[in-house]
Every structure is written in structure tokens, then in C-alpha cells.
Design a protein around this ligand. Structure first.
Ligand SMILES: Nc1ncnc2c1ncn2[C@@H]1O[C@H](COP(=O)(O)OP(=O)(O)OP(=O)(O)O)[C@@H](O)[C@H]1O
Length: 756
């Protein structure tokens, strides 16, 4: 049995108490235990590691007794010393699991830690206690082995993004992380060694180990860059006492001495197994100013805590189940708790629009998002950077083997997701792709509504964490039909001619909102405020945009909209309590049992088709009797027509606070120019809270479809922020067709509409 486990076991009873309170109480085990000869340790002087060992005069004279050499289970070395062994020497953190994460105790806060540390360090060199030099400069030796301050020098702080994120609501879990300080120490800053160590058992997915057929596929994608795991520069830090790492922030886990444990269990002495200490490397997303950054920490975990985690995961209750064939490893359990959503999103295609936002998408992705993705347990990342307008559409539409990826992340504004979704929609295998593929956004543009609504943030690092952790659900899309899709052949590529339908995931606008969106492109350099500026200018000019609107009602008035929203909220809670997931009230998230599965709707081609064709009826004819014409007293004076599917269109703007991702309705918000400027100003000032929809002057409906017939010769229609032809537009909802990463508890970021 290892000396670490032996020594720690001496204080087992005391630590049991500490386990309950998570407070450092009682003394650290007596130093007498440290003389126990370890079976799994190789004395450090066998490795003749320098400079740490060679600068130590005692170690240089050390004469190895090879008969004491144990089976060395570690293959990787740092210098000549095994990484596992180096790490073992300095581990002073111990972890305790609870249902939400792990609590780290710093053993060094205990009075006898210093003497224990010296003894332990000496033992690594094969020294007995009395041989220890009293002037032995332990701290110096630590430093020479590569310890350094976690000053985050490698992290580039972006003042501008700080400004734009200031008002952004950080994800709630992040506050849990505020207890992690940055004053910590060690690093093994050898990216190659580190990535090999962390991904030792994930060879099947390592970039270096691509199979021949994968290489061939990569050759078919000449502009796509495969990101090597060696790009991960991960600092290893020690954590302050009582730090909490929520499972939600854990990205990877590796038990460094699992082979030692297996050796123990093949020749079991129950007492030895009980006393076994796992040495675990936890990679997690740590708070750093407004972002999260990956860090790792090497922590001890007792056998008792491993058993505790088995219980927490509900595995012990399933043991009789025939489908469970082996006892899960500690790594499996930690990753299971850390990635409770069963939908795989490890084969990642990132599409970067380098022109997105203020032209910083490339930098934002590489500095804030990529490190989080790389640090996660299985992510394989491929990057496609666009070089011209609509390239992402052509790339996705013509890709020969799109399902080699299971998620497409658009590092852009809302323009690239719009192109990607349309490209999929225009593929012959669209139902299969929509069935399998997850679509998400890493917010790097001027409009990041998708990320704001689905990840609850427009911060790229927080959004990336949600991409890995959030709940994948099938979201509604909307079809758009206009006659000129078929006629306007110059502007769309040939293969699209066959299609007379496009899809929209976010919104369609006509009137003030559309003009503010499209006609302020020249103000792109001022960022998202260009939109607000545009709206204010149009309101002051009291412009009106006459039109006719036909709708197929879903919810006809504000009262019905509210009832529908409340009912949906109740249903969501019921679903979360149902058998497939266990709803954790405190965490406000679904926690899955060990056999947790998620079921999805099976898509067929007919699920992707609109029910009504624009060309089937005359322009002013209702598609059928289930449709109605909206009151012309509103539509002839209309100033805002806005149809949408997502609640947040900008960081401070919940334009559609009642939007539900899969309710099979499009939310419509309409207002007219009869409203006085002062009232209009007050309505617009309420956009951040979403209160505009409850103002009497504003029409708020849910519809299954609508037809908008504009009667203005010179204006614009905007769909998902893109300019669309100025002509009749017919939209219908396509229920639950596109897999997107939603908030961890499912659905959009909450808006508080229930209490408006
Ligand atoms: N390399 C490129 N050069 C020029 N245009 C590009 C390039 N890559 C993508 N685009 C186009 O940029 C448009 C907007 O993209 P995106 O949404 O990512 O940026 P954005 O800054 O958020 O813009 P918006 O404010 O319109 O949402 C899309 O129409 C896309 O086709």
C-alpha cells in the first residue's frame, strides 16, 4: 500500500468528521507513518532527475537499491522522473464529493503538514528521516522543479470585451467558483506531455491517431484545420482550502494511479483497498475576471470518497441491473456527473467568420473558447474560417460527410447560424442531418441572440462551457417563403433554385426594427448600440409602414399568451420530475441517473415542409379558413412588425419574453404609429425587462404562421438580421426540428415573463 494512503488512513476517523463539516479540523497524521515502505513508489534517486535532485547533495550520493524497485506503472516521464511520481510529491489537496461537485481541502492548513511534507519529499529520494539535511532547502527545490505563480500571464485581457460584457448576466454556476483564488503554484508547462497524460486512454479520438479514412476525409476538407490537443496549455494549480469545484465546471478527469489501484484489486487485501488514495487530476473551468479559463489541479481522493461518489451517481441502486457489467471507474463517475446530458458533442466543427462583430471573431475564439473546448474530456476540434460572404452556406450545403461532426459551433454573429441552418435545409439528406447534428453559437458577432437566449450569455468562454454542458433539445424553426427565391437566381447559387423555402431560427422584422437592423450596417464599428440608435431615430421620425397581415392564430391575445406560458412552465417542471431525469431543485437542473437517456423526436421529410404554399393562393386570399386577417386599423399604421422564436435579441433586450423554444408557435409583437412619441419612448425603454409586451398599445400574439404583405415601396424586410426581398413573406413554424444546446435546465434563459 502506498505510504500516502497509509499515512492518511491514520487520521481516517478524524477526517470522517471533517468530511461532514468540510472544515479543516484535527491534526494531520503522525510522521511515524512516513517510514512505511511504498510498493508503488520508485525512490526518486533512481530517476536522477535534475535540476531538483542533482542540486541536492544527498540525492547525488544516493545509491539505488534496485531490489526495492517496484513495478513502475507510469509510462510518461517528466525529465526522467515519471510525471505521476512528480505530481504525487506535491499533492496537498484532498477532495470530498457531494451531489453538486467537489470540495477541496488543503491539507497544508493542518499544523503537522510541513514535517510530513519534508518526510515525504525525502522518501521520494530514498532517504531516511535522520539523513535529512537540516538546511535542506525544500522551497528552493520546489521552485527548481517548475513551480510558478498562477499569474495568468498567458491570458490576454480584452478591455473592450470587458465593456461589452459588463452588463451580461454571468451563468449562475460561475458564482460558485468565486471561491477559487489565483494565487496557486505548480505548472508542468509541457503541452505535449500534458495532453498525452490527460488523454492517454482517449487514443481513439486523438488528432495524432486519425485513421486512414479520417485522413482521407480531412483531405477532402482542405480549408479545415484540425486543432491539435498539444495546443492546450494547461496550468496546474493548488487550490485554497474549502474550494468548491461544481461538476458543471469540470471538463476532464484522470486518475493518475488507476493502474496501482487495479494492481491492488487483482490481489486484494481489503484493508489495503480501503486505504487506497487515488491521485486525481481534475481539469476545470475557473473564473478569471469576466471569463472562465481551464486549469487543472492534482488532488487526493480516498477510496471511501470513491464509494461515496458511486452512491451519489445512483450506481449502487442499479447494481442488480444486468445491463451494468462493470463497476465504473472513478474517472467515469466524475465525467458522468460532469457531463450529465447524454447527447454527444465531441466532434466539433467551428465555423469562424473573421469579419464578425468588430472583426475579432478569430481572436475571441482562439483565446477564450478554444482553451475550454480543448480541455474538455473528448473534444476533437476542426476549424473552418470563412473567406467570403455566404461561404458557410456553400461549405455546409456541399459537404460530403457532414456527419463526421456531431456539433457545428458558429463563432460569429447570428448570420452564420442562419446560413448553416439554410444550407442543411437545402441538402437532400436534411432530415438525417437535423436528426443528428447539434447547432450552436460561440458569440463573436454584433448580434448574438442565439447565444444570449440559449447559453444565457454573450461571453464566448461562458457560452463555450454551456455548449459542453447545456441540455440538447429539439427547437422549432420557421419556414420563410417568398416568390423571388425562385426568380432571383443571380443572388443564390444554382442548387438553391430547386428550393423555394428558407428557414429562420430567430426573427423576421418589417418596419422600424428591420430598418434599424439592416440600414445601420455602416455603423457596425460601434457594436450592438447601432441597433438602438437606429430604432430611436425611426421612432422620432414617426414613420409608418402600412401592410396586410394574415395569421393562423395560436394564442389570440395577451391573456392566452400568458396562460400558455404558465402551463408550459408547469409542464417543464413535471417533465423534469419524470422518470427520465431527476430534477435537482437546488441546482435547478436535471441530473440523470447512471442509465440516463434522452429521447428525441424522429424526423421525417414531411416534418420539414411548410403546410401552406405561398403560390397556392392569391396574394390577398387567406390560405384557408383557419387563417384570419389582422385588424387593418393596426396594420395600416404599423411601425413595428416583429416575429420571433428566441427571447433575447440583444444583451439587454428581451423582445420576446414569452418565447418558448419548442411550443410550435411564432411570437408576434406589433405596434402602430398612432402611439405618441412619449408612450413609444416608454415602451422602448422597457425592452430590457420585456414589459413592452404588456403595454396596451402593443399587440402580442402567438401564431402558427403568418403572411406579411408590405405596402411600402422603399423599405426592408430582415430575417435573422439578414436582408430579404421586399415582397410578401409567408412564415410557418416547424415544430422541434433542430437540435440546439439550451440552458442546463433545458429551454431558453428565463425571462421572468410569468411574473410580468
Ligand atoms: N470572410 C467574410 N467576408 C465577408 N463576409 C463574410 C465573411 N464570412 C462571413 N461573411 C458574412 O458576414 C455576414 C454576417 O455574419 P455574422 O452574423 O457572423 O456577423 P455579425 O457581425 O454578427 O453580423 P450581423 O450584425 O449581421 O449579425 C454573413 O452574411 C456572412 O455571409
Amino acid at each position: 500500500m502506498s505510504s500516502i494512503s497509509a499515512s492518511v488512513s491514520m487520521s481516517k476517523n478524524k477526517e470522517k468528521n471533517a468530511d461532514r463539516s468540510y472544515k479543516a479540523t484535527g491534526a494531520f497524521p503522525s510522521s511515524s507513518t512516513s517510514s512505511t515502505k511504498s510498493d508503488s513508489y520508485t525512490p526518486a534517486d533512481q530517476f536522477v532527475y535534475s535540476p531538483a535532485v542533482s542540486t541536492n547533495n544527498v540525492a547525488e550520493t544516493g545509491n539505488p537499491d534496485t531490489s526495492l524497485l517496484p513495478v513502475n506503472t507510469s509510462l510518461l516521464t517528466y525529465g526522467k522522473l515519471s510525471i505521476t511520481k512528480v505530481m504525487k510529491m506535491f499533492i496537498k489537496n484532498r477532495l470530498y464529493f457531494n451531489d453538486r461537485g467537489l470540495i477541496v481541502k488543503d491539507l497544508s492548513t493542518m499544523p503537522e503538514f510541513e514535517s510530513l511534507k519534508k518526510q515525504h519529499f525525502n522518501k521520494q529520494r530514498g532517504l531516511r528521516d535522520h539523513e535529512s539535511n537540516s538546511n535542506f532547502d525544500l522551497e528552493h527545490t520546489y521552485e527548481s522543479i517548475g513551480l510558478q505563480q498562477d499569474d495568468d500571464d498567458d491570458y490576454e485581457y480584452d478591455e473592450e470585451s470587458q465593456e461589452s460584457y459588463d452588463k451580461d448576466d454571468a451563468l449562475s454556476v460561475i458564482s460558485c467558483m468565486s471561491c477559487l483564488s489565483t494565487n496557486s503554484l505548480t505548472t508542468l508547462d509541457h503541452p505535449e506531455e500534458r495532453s498525452k497524460l490527460l488523454y492517454e486512454h482517449d487514443k481513439d479520438i486523438s488528432v495524432e491517431d486519425l485513421t486512414a479514412s479520417q485522413r482521407l476525409e480531412d483531405a477532402l476538407e482542405p480549408d479545415v484545420e484540425a486543432v491539435s490537443r498539444n495546443d492546450l496549455k494547461l496550468k496546474t494549480i493548488e487550490l485554497p482550502n474549502n474550494s468548491i469545484i461544481p461538476f458543471r465546471n469540470i471538463l476532464n478527469c484522470k486518475v493518475l494511479n488507476w493502474k496501482d489501484y487495479e494492481l491492488e484489486t487483482t490481489n486484494p487485501d481489503p484493508k489495503d483497498i480501503q486505504e487506497f488514495d487515488f491521485i486525481v487530476e481534475i481539469v476545470f473551468a475557473k473564473n478569471r475576471r469576466i471569463d472562465v479559463i481551464p486549469r487543472s489541479s492534482i488532488i487526493r481522493c480516498s477510496y471511501e470518497e470513491y464509494q461515496n461518489l458511486i452512491k451519489i451517481c445512483g450506481y449502487d441502486a442499479l447494481e442488480s441491473d444486468d445491463t451494468i457489467t462493470h463497476q465504473p471507474t472513478l474517472k467515469e463517475l466524475v465525467l458522468f456527473k460532469s457531463f450529465p446530458n447524454p447527447v454527444e458533442r465531441n466532434k466539433i466543427l467551428v465555423i469562424i467568420n473573421p469579419n464578425g462583430g468588430k472583426g475579432k471573431a478569430h481572436k475571441i475564439f482562439h483565446s477564450k473558447s478554444k482553451p475550454i473546448l480543448l480541455a474538455s474530456s473528448k473534444a476533437q476540434i476542426h476549424i473552418k474560417e470563412t473567406t467570403y460572404h455566404r461561404e458557410s452556406y456553400h461549405f455546409i450545403k456541399n459537404h460530403p460527410n457532414l456527419l463526421k461532426y456531431n456539433i457545428i459551433c458558429c463563432a460569429s454573429g447570428d448570420g452564420i447560424p442562419h446560413e448553416v441552418l439554410n444550407a442543411i435545409y437545402h441538402r437532400p439528406d436534411r432530415s438525417k442531418i437535423f436528426q443528428e447534428m447539434v447547432i450552436s453559437q460561440i458569440p463573436c458577432g454584433s448580434g448574438n441572440a442565439l447565444s444570449l437566449s440559449c447559453h444565457g450569455t454573450n461571453n464566448a468562454s461562458l457560452a463555450t462551457l454551456n455548449i459542453l454542458k447545456g441540455r440538447v433539445e429539439q427547437m422549432d424553426l420557421m419556414t420563410c417563403q417568398q416568390k423571388s427565391y425562385q426568380e432571383n437566381l443571380d443572388q443564390i447559387d444554382n442548387e438553391e433554385i430547386a428550393q423555394n423555402t428558407r428557414v429562420s431560427f430567430l426573427s423576421q422584422a418589417y418596419g422600424i426594427i428591420a430598418e434599424s437592423d439592416i440600414n445601420t450596417e455602416y455603423l457596425r464599428f460601434i457594436g450592438p448600440s447601432r441597433f438602438e440608435l437606429g430604432v430611436t431615430a425611426q421612432v422620432l421620425r414617426k414613420k409608418r409602414y402600412p401592410c396586410d397581415v394574415m395569421v393562423q392564430f395560436g394564442k389570440e391575445n395577451k391573456h392566452e399568451v400568458k396562460q400558455h406560458f404558465l402551463e408550459n412552465l408547469k409542464q417543464k417542471t413535471r417533465d423534469q420530475h419524470s422518470g427520465k431525469g431527476i430534477f435537482d431543485e437546488e441546482l435547478n437542473a436535471n441530473i440523470y441517473t447512471f442509465d440516463g437517456k434522452q429521447e428525441f423526436r424522429e424526423l421525417t421529410e414531411s416534418d420539414l415542409l411548410p403546410k401552406y404554399h405561398l403560390t397556392d393562393t392569391e396574394e390577398h386570399e387567406l390560405p384557408d379558413s383557419s387563417w384570419s386577417l389582422l385588424d387593418s386599423s393596426i396594420t395600416k399604421n404599423l411601425n413595428i412588425f416583429y416575429g420571433g422564436k428566441m427571447p433575447y435579441i440583444a444583451p439587454d433586450t428581451k423582445f420576446f419574453p414569452a418565447a418558448i423554444h419548442n411550443d410550435a408557435f411564432i411570437d408576434l409583437v406589433i405596434s402602430d404609429s398612432k402611439t405618441s412619441i412619449t408612450r413609444m419612448a416608454s415602451i422602448l425603454l422597457n425592452l430590457d425587462k420585456g414589459y413592452h409586451v404588456i403595454q396596451p398599445e402593443v399587440t402580442h400574439l402567438k401564431v402558427k404562421g403568418y403572411r406579411l404583405i408590405p405596402h411600402v415601396a422603399k423599405t426592408v424586410i430582415s430575417v435573422d438580421g439578414e436582408k430579404f426581398p421586399l415582397e410578401p413573406l409567408q412564415c410557418e413554424v416547424l415544430p422541434k426540428v433542430c437540435k440546439m444546446v439550451m440552458m442546463e435546465q433545458g429551454g431558453f434563459k428565463e425571462t421572468g415573463f410569468e411574473s410580468m
